[in-house]
Write a protein that binds this ligand. Sequence first.
Ligand SMILES: [Zn+2]
Length: 295
Amino acid sequence: MKNTNLTVSTNRHVKISILVALLFLSLSLLISCNNEEVGIETFESNAISTSEMELASSYFGKASASDCNFEYGDDPQGPEFWSTLCNGAWVDCAGNVQSPINIITDSVIEDGDINNININYTESKTDIFNNGHTLQFTYDQGSSASLNNIDYDLIQFHFHTGSEHTINGKQYPMEMHLVHQDPITKLLGVVGIFFEEGKKNEVLSKYLSVLPKEEGGQYVSRSKFKVEDLLPGNMEFYTYDGSLTTPGCSEIVTWYVVKESITASAEQLSRFESIMHKNYRPVQDLNGRTVRTKS
Ligand SMILES: [Zn+2]
């Protein structure tokens, strides 16, 4: 009797699975057909939330944050005052688990349970946006990475001049942040990569002349690239629990700061800085947190 029931319900499951699969298939066919027809114009109306603030909002289940302004450096709206701006909406910026931090390598704990970064990035079309605070490359859906055994989707990457994290007090001229989101928990995993002045960066050189200079400016192109080409050969990292480095400074980020740096020429670095200016947040107190690395 039990066996029969099981067979019936299994059969039903199979039927439902086939139906669902068919539905997905026809839906994806429909979507891909649409993509063929509509051209480059659709890029402008990309409705996917990609800014850190929007990603944080998706974690909290809130609508996108309001358009309060913030600045960098010695400014009445600078980092020192972020927590008091925006009618208390950015109070987390005064929290105890903030980023960036100075990583003191002698204090880093070696941990045998930490796993390597496992990257599964595909190609993406080019979509560069100047949001007034950084130059952001929004990445096509479908790229993922396993960071210390957690599976994340790659959403976007962007730049800070100079670096936000420092190593033993040393600040690098630029830092790239690859922003990933866990599709289930909506928590973020951000990979930080340092730039050092040196050899010209071949990947960046393709985009230097098209970087949008004005706030709100966007450059889109069908030409594909792979962000993996920007990464250093060795992806060993320091990891710690922290926050977004822009308001609202939500404490929802696991950081993976890569030890090996990459290079860009002095000219390339100053090009980024001339557009973004100094857009780094100063380092924050550790407040008892530990930084770990693979042993
Ligand atoms: Zn960043």
